[in-house]
Design a protein around this ligand. Structure first.
Ligand SMILES: NC(=O)c1ccc[n+]([C@@H]2O[C@H](COP(=O)([O-])OP(=O)(O)OC[C@H]3O[C@@H](n4cnc5c(N)ncnc54)[C@H](O)[C@@H]3O)[C@@H](O)[C@H]2O)c1
Length: 258
């Protein structure tokens, strides 16, 4: 039995993670915490706890894994608290600064196993691989690279964590490259990767990598239709991560071992 706690339990993603976990045999929700909604009922007779009680709830209930879908600032603190108590982690929250990333790494390394991924969908993990392959294959040709992402109007961070991970994948494939986030005014194009964030309506999450060359263009596109696929990926990561050697893992590690 994998016993899970969820931070961000009443948010869009936390709610779906709890629903998806309830469908999986061998998974049990043992705690749900959020900055809002304390006292609200969750499946299995669990009540939402205020996140200010995170440390005492984790000490008392001892879940196997904490799944976090909150905001970057909160997620760092939640990770530090859980790691200090030896609880493995799945972190889906995005928008971390480099400093926040290193604080999480420091808390995790040598202590617990954590899957940290800005996107838990199977197709996106293939999208990153394809983007890197195309970037490498077209390196010596005259192709400009632009990444365009679109999300719903409630998303707080921009560009998306998935777009930033795409930048990293492309840089790994073709070496250090400048990045330009949006353009305005006189901005002649150089050899940079351009990154553009569209926000509107209820778009779940679209990502396109455009390779534009002389006389043609190639696009790699991923479109998320349903948030549930993020949630089921996170639940799968939670089943996988328990008992792994301490360290930070990616969703690619989870998918590799299917
Ligand atoms: N990795 C993925 O596959 C994936 C997919 C979708 C969204 N996300 C990311 O997940 C995060 C959450 O997205 P969402 O759409 O569910 O947002 P949301 O705003 O619907 O939910 C966030 C929840 O976190 C709660 N919260 C805020 N501070 C908290 C704290 N200190 N402790 C506990 N809870 C706290 C809020 O009250 C809210 O209920 C975002 O960073 C988003 O970009 C990741």
């Amino acid at each position: 039995m994998t016993r899970i706690a969820v931070t961000g339990a009443v948010g869009r993603m936390g709610t779906l993670v709890i629903q998806e976990a309830a469908k999986v045999e061998g998974m049990q929700l043992v705690a749900g915490l959020d900055a809002l909604g304390a006292g609200k009922s969750l499946p299995g007779g669990i009540l939402v706890e205020d996140v200010s009680r995170l440390e005492s709830v984790l000490r008392e209930i001892k879940p196997d894994v904490l799944i976090d879908f909150t905001i970057a600032k909160a997620a760092v603190e939640n990770v530090i608290t859980a790691a200090a108590l030896g609880i493995d982690l799945v972190v889906g929250t995005t928008g971390f600064s480099p400093d926040q990333h290193s604080r999480m790494r420091e808390a995790i390394d040598g202590h617990v196993a954590a899957v940290i991924s800005p996107n838990f969908m199977v197709g996106v993990n293939l999208f990153w691989k394809l983007a890197a392959e195309c970037a490498a294959a077209l390196k010596d040709y005259d192709y400009d690279i632009e990444i365009i992402e679109a999300h719903h109007n409630q998303k707080k961070d921009a560009p998306s964590g998935t777009a930033l991970a795409t930048v990293d994948a492309i840089k790994k494939a073709r070496g250090e490259t400048d990045v330009v986030y949006g353009r305005f005014g006189v901005m002649p194009r150089g050899k940079e990767i351009g990154v553009h964030a569209v926000r509107g309506g209820d778009i779940v999450g679209d990502h396109t990598v455009l390779f534009a060359g002389p006389g043609e263009r190639l696009e790699i596109k991923h479109q998320a239709h349903s948030r549930s696929a993020f949630a089921s990926g996170a639940v799968r990561a939670a089943q996988w991560v328990v008992g792994k050697d301490p360290g930070i893992y990616s969703m690619a590690d989870v998918l590799k071992s299917r």
